[in-house]
Design a protein around this ligand. Structure first.
Ligand code: 6PG
Ligand code: NI
Length: 185
């Protein structure tokens, strides 16, 4: 007989994952030492303040297998700089990823190995194809939670060390919206 499986479910409005073994990892201000440009403002933040949550469906990890996860970046700033993910290259550099905007508004900051950066605007329904050899960081430029669904190879891994000094641009508030500023470090 044909088995009928109830698959995992994502609520498009919120990014909430159900019907699957979901593992949540929350990254707070304290965990993001050295990530934001304004160290003095970072020190004044509440250390336990959540900056982003990542929910990932538990999956077998082998060549060819894919992870599915939702990242929720909370609204907020450290000084003038918007809350964002740490950002990374994949350890297996050739591996790409796809992000889908679900709610809120923000930017996907992409940077190649030559240090050239670009941004894509993330809104509900936006589709972002991240090629291999491309670092990626999600930035919440709005006043509500920014949620994005992502699918990526389980073998991709994370390389945080290469960009431990930051991306080549920083995204800051200009009062009403955002502006990009070249990094000095
Ligand atoms: C990945 C995805 C994504 C990412 C989160 C948190 O490759 O795992 O890009 O799930 O990990 O958005 O971002 P950081 O890993 O940069 O903290
Ligand atoms: Ni990734």
């Amino acid at each position: 007989t044909l088995s009928t499986l109830v698959p995992p479910h994502v609520a498009w409005q919120t990014g909430a994952l159900k019907n699957g073994p979901v593992i949540r990892k929350t990254t707070d201000i304290a965990a993001l030492a050295g990530v934001f440009a304004d160290t003095k403002s970072w020190q004044r933040c509440e250390p336990g303040q959540a900056v982003y949550d990542v929910d990932v469906l538990q999956t077998e990890t082998c060549e060819g297998a894919l992870f599915t996860g939702v990242t929720h970046v909370h609204p907020g700033r450290v000084g003038d700089e918007f809350f964002m993910t740490r950002g990374h290259f994949h350890a297996r550099r050739e591996q790409g990823e796809v992000y889908f905007g679900l709610r809120g508004c923000g930017l996907l900051l992409l940077q190649n190995e030559r240090g050239e950066a670009r941004v894509e605007i993330v809104t509900a329904g936006s589709v972002h194809i991240i090629p291999g050899y491309t670092a990626h960081r999600l930035i919440n430029t709005g006043g509500e939670i920014l949620s994005a669904l992502a699918v990526w190879p389980t073998v991709a891994g994370h390389d945080y060390a290469t960009l431990s000094d930051g991306f080549s641009v920083r995204i800051k508030t200009d009062g009403t919206g955002w502006r990009a500023e070249a990094s000095h470090d």
